[in-house]
Design a binder for this molecule. Sequence first.
Ligand SMILES: C[S@@+](CC[C@H](N)C(=O)[O-])C[C@H]1O[C@@H](n2cnc3c(N)ncnc32)[C@H](O)[C@@H]1O
Length: 474
Amino acid sequence: MKNRNLIEQSQTRIQGTLFPTDTVSEPPIDEPASDEVELVSFRELVPEIKDTGYLTHAIFAYPAKFIPQIVRYAITTYTKEGNWIVDPFAGSGTVGVEAYLCKRNALLLDLNLLLNHIMPLKVYRGKERLRETDLYKLLEGMKENKCQFIPTWSNVDYWYAPEILEVLSYYWGFVNSTDSVYATIIKSALLKASKRFSYTEDRTPKLARSKRKLKAIEELVKENWREQLDEMIHSLSLKTLRSLNDFVMYTQQHQDSSISEIRWQAGVDSSYATVPRVCDALITSPPYLQAQEYIRSTKMELFWLGHTEEETRELSRLEIPYRKADRVIQTETLDKIRDILTRDDLQKRLDSYFCHTINALENAMNQLKPNAAACIFVGNPRIDGITVELWRILAEYFTERGFVFEKVYEDRIQTRKLFGARKNKNPDGMKSEFLLILRKHAINQSSPRQCGPALEDKERPLHAPQKSPNNDAS
Ligand SMILES: C[S@@+](CC[C@H](N)C(=O)[O-])C[C@H]1O[C@@H](n2cnc3c(N)ncnc32)[C@H](O)[C@@H]1O
């Protein structure tokens, strides 16, 4: 019989002895969670970044993006110019943009294929400013286009009013068959417009057809919807073009843009991927324990960009933590949580989360040079009311496998709403996030779980996603 009292103390923090603390209740709001935690505000530590969406950061919306200040801080504190940084959960590529701006190189991996579409714009390598007149010409061409693109999405009709779907499919037909940076800019605008003009709720990350939105679209099609659609695509495209021009100007003024190399590979299951080169640092934010289903949240975008239902289904099965674990991670703090967690489904979720998150981190961390820093940004989620100190669990795991605990920063969440309104035992979502810094031992000791040969200095090609022993979603 598991201990109900502990479970009912929904504020309980589970503590390990590696980093002992005395408190059992949530800390007062202005105190750090414990002595080994340094309370900071990354926004204040990096005052040169005034706007989280500066330059190209805001071109694409993506769930649970890093704020660039955190990445900038980690880069400037723990790496040097010319270093290679690996991010095995690259998402929308924040680490890539910041690495480029700071003259570092980056290797970005993510399961979500969107990364392939995002990076060419966010790290735009053109040297000349883009011309607004060229963009306008292409936008006019798009409106005249007679060739349709219908996504391979069996119930696309369910998500659109027929007249809107028809126009969108002509617009997508044009951009999907035009190869130029201007067409890529228009695509980024069309992604947003195709969501806004569909029946899905604008604010929920997952596709959700609501009565409210249905009514709004029904009203819209009685009005000048085509003008409104064109206006939205036009103004978003222009905004993106101007962000790219700011990026071109900034990189011309601040650096020789040939210095940095930013590589990315999407569709990669980092839990089983071999990281193809030695790196000087890891900077990443793993998915949350109660994570968004990123593939499901972005599948409308993926379909319009030409990906198939089969592809997205296959990738969804590999998402952390919605798949089976193939090993049980044990650390003192994690084992204590297991002891008091009564629900089987949540036990499975917990096991899956730690198995695959740690697999992915370990694959990348095995490729770090001696003394390199691993900077891992995590929350303190709750599962069935129990706080899971992720940074502590990761620190316990990796300090037994060739890493030294260096420090952990706590940053209070200011504007980001991570999950929106919730009807569970964690109605407020997370209040703090933590940047854990681990340092690799000076003498290289790779962890025994090794996906490929460790520390090869010559580069190997990135493999396509390898099949896990069991890919089924649990
Ligand atoms: C918190 S997000 C990262 C966001 C990123 N830091 C940014 O600024 O955009 C976590 C990412 O983990 C990815 N992910 C989930 N399961 C994965 C897996 N098995 N292999 C690789 N990436 C995975 C998701 O697609 C998502 O992009």
